[in-house]
Structure formats: C-alpha cells, structure tokens
Design a protein around this ligand. Structure first.
Ligand SMILES: Cc1cc2nc3c(=O)[nH]c(=O)nc-3n(C[C@H](O)[C@H](O)[C@H](O)COP(=O)(O)O)c2cc1C
Length: 216
C-alpha cells in the first residue's frame, strides 16, 4: 500500500476481530513510530504493548477509576464553536449507529474504555515536560504507528479515554514519576462487518483551512 492510500484509508476502528496480530508485525509498526520526527531527535517515547490478561486488567482498572479520575481532560469544555460542531457530528454519528444496532449509548462509551475490545492495547509513554515539545513529538510517533498498522491491514483507534486515570495507570504499569502516558491506541484486525467501521467520514476542504502567503 502506498503512503497516500494508507493516509486516506486510515480510519478509527471501533470494532475488532479476536485475532491477535503477531508480535513481529506490531514491532514493525512500533519501529515505524520511532522514525517520527522529534524535537532535537530526543525520541522521548517508550511503548507498552498489552494483550490477554494484562490488557484485561488495565481495562478493568480504567472502568473502575474512570468516573472518579477524569484528570486534566475536559473533552467538552471551552471548545471553539467550529470544533464543537465537528465533535458533535462524530458523536451524533456514533450514537445513531449505536441506536440502529440496538446498543445503549453508554455501552459504546464503555467499549471505548475497554479499547473497543481490541486484542491489543498500546500505550505511548513520554516524559513530563512543561512545554508541548514531547507531546507533539509523541503524537507524530503515534500517527506513524497508525499508518504503519493500516498499511499492514491492521486497524487502530487512538483513545484519550484510555489515559484519563493516568496516575492509577502509571502506578499499575510501574512508571516512574518523571514519565507520563501520552496516548493509548487500540490495535487489531478491523471487523469490517461493523457499521462503526464503515460510516462515511468527513473533512473540511483543505482550502477552507489553508492561508497562502507570498504566493502569486
Ligand atoms: C488525541 C485523540 C484522542 C482520541 N480519543 C478518542 C476517544 O476517546 N474515543 C474515540 O472513539 N475516538 C477517539 N479518537 C478518534 C477520533 O474520534 C477520530 O480520529 C476522529 O473522529 C476522525 O476520524 P478518523 O480517525 O476515522 O479519521 C481520538 C483521536 C485523537 C487524535
């Protein structure tokens, strides 16, 4: 699969088959992640790959602690109107599909806390820092990972909800004080019979968000 195809066909996958991707394939995706740019090539990342009982225990912890430990994440607060509208659109779509599937709206949210029942969960870890240099570097690594996974027929979903109770998770995962969880990603083979994986996605036209300066 060429780069353009991987870029345009990657989508967030919210239903997975039970097949566990093999370790070497996951390793290749993580290796792709390490080729991301990072501030002065500091490569401020580590990866924790969970499956089986290890993943289940983390999911149990998230479900248990989520409500009481939202941390610094406020997904609905203080959003620019234009972003809020787009947020509303994806949330309405997911709720509508849930409704059509006879699934309770809360259930789809609870699935997200369990990495959408993917067979593998990957945590991207970085160091604590006051500015955003590590956060943006790790984000680049995560995107490389998602695209490498897509190119290998794997599905992913980047999930903020899997890092909300970050202190409890850090403790459970044995991370020291100077490190933090930057993101969690569900990984597995996509169940393309699920409407959660096939609804049309939207993007604003690139010309609506591009400002050319100095071009004639
Ligand atoms: C930082 C970040 C956090 C996200 N957190 C969640 C999440 O908690 N739950 C979820 O279902 N999707 C989550 N997503 C996936 C987005 O909803 C998705 O990327 C967006 O709707 C665009 O759709 P696409 O990935 O299919 O192109 C997250 C994506 C990013 C980049």
């Amino acid at each position: 699969m060429d780069t353009q195809e991987a870029l345009k066909t990657r989508r967030s996958i919210r239903a997975f088959t039970k097949e566990v991707p093999d370790r070497e394939t996951i390793r290749e995706c993580l290796e792709a992640a390490t080729w991301a740019p990072s501030a002065t090539n500091q490569q401020p990342w580590e990866f924790i790959v969970l499956t089986g009982v290890e993943l289940k225990q983390v999911c149990d912890l998230i479900e248990e602690r989520f409500a009481e430990d939202l941390g610094d994440i406020d997904p609905f607060g203080n959003l620019p109107d234009v972003c809020r509208e787009r947020q509303q659109e994806i949330m309405t779509t997911l709720m509508q599909i849930a409704h059509e599937e006879g699934i309770d709206g809360n259930e789809i949210f609870e699935r997200s806390l369990r990495f959408f029942d993917a067979p593998v969960g990957v945590y991207f870890v970085t160091y604590k820092r006051n500015d955003n240099q590590y956060a943006v570097s790790v984000a680049a690594a995560i995107e490389n990972f998602l695209l490498a996974a897509r190119a290998r027929g794997l599905g992913t979903c980047w999930l903020t909800v899997t890092v909300v109770c970050r202190e409890a998770l850090k403790k459970y995962l044995g991370l020291p004080e100077d490190k933090e969880l930057a993101g969690g990603v569900a990984l597995g083979y996509p169940d393309m019979t699920s409407p959660f994986n096939t609804f049309p996605r939207t993007r604003e036209p690139v010309d609506a968000c591009t400002f050319w300066k100095g071009f004639t």
